[in-house]
Design a protein around this ligand. Sequence first.
Ligand code: CP3
Length: 342
Amino acid sequence: MSNSPADSALVRAARGLEVPRTPVWFMRQAGRSLPEYRKIRQGVAMLESCRRPELVTEITLQPVRRHGVDAAILFSDIVVPLAAAGVDLDIVPGTGPVIAEPIRTAAAVEALRPLEATDVSYVAESIRLLLPELGATPLIGFAGAPFTLASYLIEGGPSRTYLRTKAMMYGDPELWHRLCSRLADITLTFLRVQIEAGVSAVQLFDSWAGALSEADYREYVMPHSARVLSGLAEAGVPRIHFGVGTGVLLEAMGEAGADVVGVDWRTPLDRAVSVVGPARSLQGNLDPAILFAPWEVVERETRRVLAQGKAARGHIFNLGHGVMPETDPDVLTRLVELVHSV
Ligand code: CP3
């Protein structure tokens, strides 16, 4: 192994190559679990903070310094490229993305314009500032997948049932596919900007795809996510594909073109290997809620995840979803040490 992010444990595990120890990072490692994050974000709105390269750099580095994780994830949000493409939206604390005028008609879909690289120049600038600070630690870029982005745009905000999203998907499939096709273009541009600026891996978040059956996922969603992932194949950085509650979708999410399939806590990694197959690595999958249990439980469950992850050609340790804001950051630090020591 050389001392470069392209040959880091994270990238090697993603490719199924030998690693000295299992790499570990946490979804939402930057954010509200850290007092230094809450302090630096005071008085700066979420979307605005994503547009300030110096602030993005500092927030992205905070969990790397504190926890010694094996990767940084760019501080941004899945709705950043939508806002950059002119969608009127806000990220409301405690709620999530809220869209001023939800997209529910053909005219609204037509009005969604493509993203230009220059719309997100602050993202490229943030990455350029980060790379020398990170040295051999890889930086993960990310974007939202078409289904998850479409769900916010159609519902107007977070949803539990995805009723309006599914109403369009089933009721007007032609319009649904046009919307997802535009979103795939936006996502592809956003990820290419990040790759060109120098990220070492990318994660495509289809956080809410678990709301679908496998058949519907394959028909309505997979072609668009596959176009994004295959559009990045030439770039040569590993592609991680993640969603929550995706036990029945893991095979399809791998087939969509992932080098690594992200697994939530519901599916044991050894079982995930049997459906995803030997040609992809896995990422996951400690239940974020376990971090609120006594340390003996955290340790036992972490050892179980690591043991089950051995079935995969490569394993990147992570939580099964993002860090909860109430998590004790010292437990995260201790967890990193444990993963590194096993
Ligand atoms: O550390 C990291 O993981 C990088 C930063 C990151 C954020 N959002 C910052 C953020 C990442 C990777 C995301 C992705 C994202 N955003 C996803 C996919 C990941 C997932 O959790 O499944 C989704 C679905 C969103 C949409 C979104 N944005 C939600 C659901 C929320 C939380 C709402 C809340 O307040 O509870 C946000 C806001 C957001 N994005 C915060 C952060 C740090 C909190 C805002 C704040 O600190 O003021």
